[in-house]
Design a protein around this ligand. Structure first.
Ligand SMILES: NC(=O)c1ccc[n+]([C@@H]2O[C@H](COP(=O)([O-])OP(=O)(O)OC[C@H]3O[C@@H](n4cnc5c(N)ncnc54)[C@H](OP(=O)(O)O)[C@@H]3O)[C@@H](O)[C@H]2O)c1
Length: 223
Protein backbone atom coordinates (compact mmCIF):
# COMPACT_ATOMS: atom_id res chain seq x y z
CA UNK A 1 0.00 0.00 0.00
CA UNK A 2 1.37 3.43 -0.91
CA UNK A 3 0.40 6.54 1.03
CA UNK A 4 -0.35 10.15 0.23
CA UNK A 5 2.11 12.01 2.45
CA UNK A 6 2.53 15.65 3.43
CA UNK A 7 5.56 17.21 5.11
CA UNK A 8 5.05 20.59 6.79
CA UNK A 9 8.35 22.34 7.46
CA UNK A 10 9.96 20.49 4.57
CA UNK A 11 12.64 23.17 4.07
CA UNK A 12 13.90 23.09 7.67
CA UNK A 13 16.56 21.05 9.48
CA UNK A 14 14.14 18.36 10.69
CA UNK A 15 12.00 18.37 7.53
CA UNK A 16 15.10 17.91 5.34
CA UNK A 17 16.34 15.03 7.49
CA UNK A 18 12.88 13.47 7.53
CA UNK A 19 12.75 13.48 3.72
CA UNK A 20 16.21 11.92 3.58
CA UNK A 21 15.14 9.10 5.94
CA UNK A 22 11.84 8.49 4.09
CA UNK A 23 13.82 8.13 0.87
CA UNK A 24 16.55 5.96 2.42
CA UNK A 25 13.97 3.56 3.91
CA UNK A 26 11.86 3.37 0.77
CA UNK A 27 8.76 4.60 2.63
CA UNK A 28 5.81 3.76 0.36
CA UNK A 29 4.77 7.17 -0.99
CA UNK A 30 2.31 7.55 -3.84
CA UNK A 31 1.82 11.31 -3.45
CA UNK A 32 4.19 13.75 -1.73
CA UNK A 33 3.15 17.30 -0.85
CA UNK A 34 5.70 19.64 0.74
CA UNK A 35 4.90 22.75 2.77
CA UNK A 36 6.84 25.62 4.33
CA UNK A 37 6.15 29.23 5.30
CA UNK A 38 4.71 31.66 2.77
CA UNK A 39 8.24 33.01 2.25
CA UNK A 40 9.51 29.49 1.57
CA UNK A 41 6.78 28.58 -0.90
CA UNK A 42 7.88 28.34 -4.52
CA UNK A 43 11.12 26.54 -3.70
CA UNK A 44 11.71 22.93 -4.74
CA UNK A 45 13.06 19.88 -2.93
CA UNK A 46 14.37 16.73 -4.64
CA UNK A 47 12.90 13.47 -3.38
CA UNK A 48 13.75 10.12 -5.01
CA UNK A 49 15.32 11.91 -7.96
CA UNK A 50 12.27 14.09 -8.66
CA UNK A 51 11.76 17.76 -7.93
CA UNK A 52 8.76 18.55 -5.74
CA UNK A 53 7.40 22.07 -5.34
CA UNK A 54 7.09 23.53 -1.85
CA UNK A 55 3.76 25.19 -1.13
CA UNK A 56 2.43 27.35 1.70
CA UNK A 57 0.05 25.92 4.27
CA UNK A 58 -3.41 26.97 3.14
CA UNK A 59 -7.04 25.93 3.42
CA UNK A 60 -7.60 22.50 1.85
CA UNK A 61 -3.86 21.76 1.55
CA UNK A 62 -4.22 18.47 3.46
CA UNK A 63 -7.19 17.15 1.50
CA UNK A 64 -6.59 13.59 0.30
CA UNK A 65 -3.46 13.05 2.40
CA UNK A 66 -3.12 9.93 4.60
CA UNK A 67 -0.24 11.13 6.76
CA UNK A 68 1.18 14.59 7.47
CA UNK A 69 4.55 14.94 9.21
CA UNK A 70 4.94 18.27 11.01
CA UNK A 71 8.51 19.54 11.35
CA UNK A 72 7.43 23.02 12.36
CA UNK A 73 7.63 25.29 15.40
CA UNK A 74 5.02 24.60 18.11
CA UNK A 75 2.83 27.57 17.16
CA UNK A 76 2.61 26.40 13.55
CA UNK A 77 1.83 22.84 14.64
CA UNK A 78 -0.84 24.09 17.06
CA UNK A 79 -2.53 26.00 14.26
CA UNK A 80 -2.30 23.36 11.51
CA UNK A 81 -2.30 19.90 13.12
CA UNK A 82 -6.05 20.18 13.90
CA UNK A 83 -6.69 20.97 10.23
CA UNK A 84 -4.75 17.91 9.09
CA UNK A 85 -6.76 15.73 11.47
CA UNK A 86 -10.00 17.33 10.32
CA UNK A 87 -9.03 16.49 6.74
CA UNK A 88 -8.75 12.82 7.80
CA UNK A 89 -4.96 12.59 7.83
CA UNK A 90 -2.84 11.08 10.59
CA UNK A 91 -0.65 13.89 11.95
CA UNK A 92 2.83 13.09 13.30
CA UNK A 93 4.24 16.11 15.09
CA UNK A 94 7.90 16.77 15.89
CA UNK A 95 7.30 19.96 17.85
CA UNK A 96 6.65 20.26 21.60
CA UNK A 97 3.06 21.46 21.01
CA UNK A 98 1.21 18.26 21.92
CA UNK A 99 3.84 16.11 23.61
CA UNK A 100 2.39 16.34 27.12
CA UNK A 101 -1.26 16.24 26.06
CA UNK A 102 -2.66 13.19 27.89
CA UNK A 103 -4.77 12.28 24.83
CA UNK A 104 -1.75 12.20 22.50
CA UNK A 105 0.65 9.25 22.49
CA UNK A 106 4.28 10.35 22.80
CA UNK A 107 6.15 7.61 21.01
CA UNK A 108 9.63 6.28 20.46
CA UNK A 109 8.71 3.14 18.51
CA UNK A 110 11.54 0.99 19.90
CA UNK A 111 10.46 1.81 23.46
CA UNK A 112 6.68 2.29 23.63
CA UNK A 113 5.48 1.47 20.11
CA UNK A 114 2.40 -0.20 21.66
CA UNK A 115 1.12 3.30 22.53
CA UNK A 116 0.59 3.91 18.80
CA UNK A 117 -2.61 1.84 19.03
CA UNK A 118 -4.18 4.60 21.17
CA UNK A 119 -3.76 7.43 18.71
CA UNK A 120 -6.72 9.53 17.64
CA UNK A 121 -5.25 11.05 14.53
CA UNK A 122 -2.19 12.55 16.21
CA UNK A 123 1.13 11.10 17.36
CA UNK A 124 3.84 13.22 18.99
CA UNK A 125 7.59 12.71 18.84
CA UNK A 126 9.71 13.60 21.87
CA UNK A 127 12.56 16.07 22.09
CA UNK A 128 15.69 14.59 20.48
CA UNK A 129 17.47 14.33 23.85
CA UNK A 130 14.51 12.42 25.31
CA UNK A 131 14.40 10.01 22.36
CA UNK A 132 18.04 9.00 22.85
CA UNK A 133 17.74 8.86 26.63
CA UNK A 134 14.74 6.53 26.67
CA UNK A 135 16.40 4.23 24.13
CA UNK A 136 19.24 3.74 26.62
CA UNK A 137 16.93 3.56 29.64
CA UNK A 138 14.35 1.10 28.32
CA UNK A 139 16.53 -2.05 28.61
CA UNK A 140 17.81 -0.92 32.03
CA UNK A 141 14.23 -0.41 33.25
CA UNK A 142 13.60 -4.04 32.32
CA UNK A 143 16.22 -5.03 34.91
CA UNK A 144 15.59 -2.59 37.74
CA UNK A 145 13.75 0.63 38.54
CA UNK A 146 16.10 3.58 38.24
CA UNK A 147 15.95 5.84 41.29
CA UNK A 148 17.92 8.77 39.94
CA UNK A 149 19.32 9.78 36.59
CA UNK A 150 22.21 12.12 35.96
CA UNK A 151 21.94 13.28 32.38
CA UNK A 152 24.33 15.41 30.35
CA UNK A 153 23.99 16.19 26.66
CA UNK A 154 26.35 17.88 24.23
CA UNK A 155 24.30 19.30 21.41
CA UNK A 156 25.01 20.53 17.93
CA UNK A 157 23.97 23.94 16.60
CA UNK A 158 21.52 22.10 14.33
CA UNK A 159 19.38 21.53 17.43
CA UNK A 160 18.38 25.17 16.95
CA UNK A 161 17.27 24.42 13.39
CA UNK A 162 18.53 25.93 10.13
CA UNK A 163 19.00 29.28 11.85
CA UNK A 164 21.51 27.69 14.24
CA UNK A 165 23.57 26.22 11.42
CA UNK A 166 23.48 29.51 9.49
CA UNK A 167 24.62 31.46 12.56
CA UNK A 168 27.63 29.17 13.07
CA UNK A 169 28.53 29.47 9.36
CA UNK A 170 28.23 33.27 9.55
CA UNK A 171 30.48 33.50 12.59
CA UNK A 172 33.06 31.06 11.15
CA UNK A 173 33.16 33.02 7.88
CA UNK A 174 33.74 36.23 9.84
CA UNK A 175 36.53 34.55 11.81
CA UNK A 176 38.13 33.31 8.55
CA UNK A 177 38.17 36.93 7.33
CA UNK A 178 39.93 37.91 10.54
CA UNK A 179 36.83 39.73 11.82
CA UNK A 180 35.31 39.40 15.24
CA UNK A 181 31.90 37.73 14.78
CA UNK A 182 29.17 39.73 16.45
CA UNK A 183 27.14 36.78 17.81
CA UNK A 184 24.96 37.08 20.88
CA UNK A 185 21.38 37.85 20.02
CA UNK A 186 21.78 38.10 16.24
CA UNK A 187 20.96 34.40 15.75
CA UNK A 188 19.19 31.87 17.94
CA UNK A 189 21.97 31.80 20.57
CA UNK A 190 22.39 34.21 23.49
CA UNK A 191 26.19 34.32 22.94
CA UNK A 192 28.68 33.86 20.13
CA UNK A 193 28.57 30.15 19.24
CA UNK A 194 31.70 29.66 17.07
CA UNK A 195 34.39 28.14 19.29
CA UNK A 196 32.00 28.34 22.23
CA UNK A 197 29.83 26.09 24.37
CA UNK A 198 26.68 27.46 26.01
CA UNK A 199 25.68 25.57 29.16
CA UNK A 200 21.90 25.87 28.73
CA UNK A 201 19.27 25.43 26.03
CA UNK A 202 16.16 27.56 26.19
CA UNK A 203 15.23 30.09 28.85
CA UNK A 204 16.06 29.26 32.47
CA UNK A 205 13.08 29.13 34.80
CA UNK A 206 12.77 30.11 38.45
CA UNK A 207 13.52 26.48 39.29
CA UNK A 208 16.89 27.10 37.58
CA UNK A 209 16.12 24.44 35.01
CA UNK A 210 16.57 25.34 31.36
CA UNK A 211 13.73 24.80 28.87
CA UNK A 212 15.50 21.72 27.52
CA UNK A 213 15.86 20.19 31.01
CA UNK A 214 12.17 20.73 31.76
CA UNK A 215 11.16 19.04 28.49
CA UNK A 216 13.48 16.07 28.98
CA UNK A 217 12.20 15.40 32.50
CA UNK A 218 8.50 15.61 31.63
CA UNK A 219 8.72 13.72 28.34
CA UNK A 220 10.90 10.93 29.74
CA UNK A 221 8.41 10.37 32.56
CA UNK A 222 5.48 10.28 30.13
CA UNK A 223 7.15 7.72 27.85
N1 LIG B 1 16.56 20.63 15.04
C1 LIG B 1 16.41 19.57 15.82
O1 LIG B 1 17.39 18.85 16.15
C2 LIG B 1 15.05 19.18 16.34
C3 LIG B 1 14.93 17.94 16.95
C4 LIG B 1 13.69 17.52 17.40
C5 LIG B 1 12.58 18.35 17.24
N2 LIG B 1 12.73 19.57 16.68
C6 LIG B 1 11.53 20.38 16.51
O2 LIG B 1 11.11 20.25 15.15
C7 LIG B 1 10.51 21.48 14.71
C8 LIG B 1 11.27 22.01 13.49
O3 LIG B 1 12.61 22.28 13.89
P1 LIG B 1 13.77 22.64 12.85
O4 LIG B 1 15.00 22.56 13.66
O5 LIG B 1 13.65 21.83 11.60
O6 LIG B 1 13.42 24.18 12.51
P2 LIG B 1 13.84 25.01 11.19
O7 LIG B 1 15.09 24.49 10.61
O8 LIG B 1 13.77 26.43 11.62
O9 LIG B 1 12.64 24.70 10.17
C9 LIG B 1 11.34 25.20 10.36
C10 LIG B 1 10.46 24.81 9.20
O10 LIG B 1 9.14 25.34 9.45
C11 LIG B 1 8.76 26.16 8.32
N3 LIG B 1 7.89 27.26 8.76
C12 LIG B 1 8.23 28.36 9.47
N4 LIG B 1 7.15 29.15 9.66
C13 LIG B 1 6.11 28.53 9.03
C14 LIG B 1 4.75 28.85 8.85
N5 LIG B 1 4.21 29.96 9.38
N6 LIG B 1 3.97 28.00 8.13
C15 LIG B 1 4.50 26.87 7.61
N7 LIG B 1 5.79 26.50 7.75
C16 LIG B 1 6.59 27.33 8.47
C17 LIG B 1 10.06 26.67 7.76
O11 LIG B 1 9.84 27.10 6.42
P3 LIG B 1 10.72 28.27 5.73
O12 LIG B 1 11.93 27.60 5.18
O13 LIG B 1 9.82 28.79 4.68
O14 LIG B 1 11.03 29.27 6.80
C18 LIG B 1 10.92 25.41 7.86
O15 LIG B 1 10.59 24.52 6.81
C19 LIG B 1 10.57 22.42 15.92
O16 LIG B 1 9.35 22.35 16.63
C20 LIG B 1 11.71 21.85 16.75
O17 LIG B 1 11.61 22.17 18.11
C21 LIG B 1 13.93 20.00 16.20
Amino acid sequence: MSLAVGVAGATGAVGGELLRVLEERGFPIAVLRLFASEDGAGRKRVFCGREHPVGALAGGCFDGLDVVFFATAPAVSRAWVPRARAAGALAIDNSSAFRLDPDVPLVVPEVNGAALAEHRGLIANPNCTTALLVMALAPLCGLARPLRLLVATYQAVSGAGSAGVEELERELSAAARGEEAAGGGAGPFPERIAGNVIPAIGPCELSRSSGEEVKVRAETRKI
